[in-house]
Design a binder for this molecule. Sequence first.
Ligand SMILES: [Zn+2]
Length: 88
Amino acid sequence: MSDHIRNTGPMLASPRCGAKTRSGGACRSPAVRGKKRCRMHGGAPGSGAPKANQNARKHGLFTRDAIAERRRIQALLGEARRMLDEMK
Ligand SMILES: [Zn+2]
């Protein structure tokens, strides 16, 4: 038998995939370099959406600006209702 000591430290210290498996635990396969998932869980080259992806936007109803505008309108309506209640 060989007395060679296997140097597996760096391999074992590499970042691991954290994808949830069907048995409920984490995947723990080595993550692809520069990614957080292994090759089988979305880390494969070319997978994933491009940066600043606009494909997910369908109608803009939930953009930051649209939400802020709705909030301003609701605040104004609340104020008007309070004013009307005071005039009663
Ligand atoms: Zn994985």
